[in-house]
Design a protein around this ligand. Structure first.
Ligand SMILES: N[C@@H](CCC(=O)N[C@@H](CS)C(=O)NCC(=O)O)C(=O)O
Length: 262
């Protein structure tokens, strides 16, 4: 079996989810950073009738897309440790929590790229920072970096994902609602779906919350909220411990981009 090749943008939360699963399973993989303009690295998917989208993964000549489908497939190929629970009941609870991450939390992540609350300058600096992090993984022209915050507002898939939230709800209200929903998804814990072990849903959510903090955004809003809540803070620490014991560094960007190590 050859090592998987994972096609990513290093700031994509969906790609980070697949990377976290591979790290958790201690599967070495090759990362290919996509040119966001040409997407030339994914030219081969045209003949497979697939879209030029990340995450895309290739293992032993087979190509898969869509983060949840990829992770279920990876769990079959690399069963240990399982990310889908020990029985059908656990699996259903985990997939339900993962769907909440995809349908509720990820859209909020994308909406944060478009809208701001509070200081516009902080919002701008944080969007420029995302551009720098992307540039460190895959060089992009200076003018794209300069106009990155405004370009983001016009990217089709970002707007489409962000539309999964209600734009008449303020950002602070949205964040508090998501924290409340997270606590419901956690249930009696210690992991999402009320599970005893780290699973797909935890690995989907953790990098989405941590990346803005680790790369040094001035306002990593959801991370701030999670750190203020005792249950959410304890969950972050549990997932970090489970990942760190496997890999030491579960992100897609390089250690150079780390401003706040965890
Ligand atoms: N539902 C997909 C969403 C993937 C997705 O939206 N990927 C974005 C980057 S975060 C992308 O590559 N979009 C390019 C496009 O839609 O053209 C998943 O879970 O993998």
């Amino acid at each position: 079996m050859t090592a998987p090749t994972l096609y990513v943008y290093c700031t994509s939360p969906y790609a980070a989810k697949v990377a976290a699963v591979l790290h958790f399973k201690s599967v070495p993989f090759e990362t290919v950073h996509l040119d966001p303009v040409t997407k030339a690295e994914l030219a081969f998917v045209d003949k497979l009738n697939l879209r030029k989208i990340v995450p895309t993964i290739t293992v032993d000549g087979e190509t898969r897309q869509n983060s949840t489908d990829i992770c279920i497939w990876l769990d079959q190929r690399y069963p240990q440790p399982s990310i889908l629970g020990a029985d059908a009941h656990s699996r259903a609870a985990i997939l339900k929590a993962d769907r909440w991450v995809s349908d509720n939390f990820m859209p909020a992540f994308f909406r944060e790229l478009l809208h701001h609350h509070g200081s516009y300058l902080t919002w701008l600096k944080d969007r420029w920072r995302y551009g720098e992090v992307l540039h460190a993984c895959k060089p992009i022209p200076w003018y794209l970096r300069l106009f990155y915050p405004w370009i983001l507002k016009h990217v089709g898939f970002i707007r489409a994902h962000a539309r999964g939230t209600r734009w008449d709800e303020s950002l602070p209200a949205m964040r508090h609602r998501l924290l409340g929903e997270f606590l419901q998804q956690l249930g009696d814990g210690p992991f999402l779906g009320g599970q005893a072990r780290v699973n797909l849903a935890d690995l989907a959510l953790y990098p989405t919350i941590m990346t803005p903090y680790v790369v040094g955004l001035e306002n990593p809003a959801m991370h701030i909220l999670f750190e203020q809540d005792p249950q959410a803070r304890a969950w972050l620490a549990r997932v970090r411990d489970a990942l760190m014991e496997k890999t030491g560094f579960p992100y897609l960007f390089s250690t150079d981009a780390v401003v706040r190590p965890v």
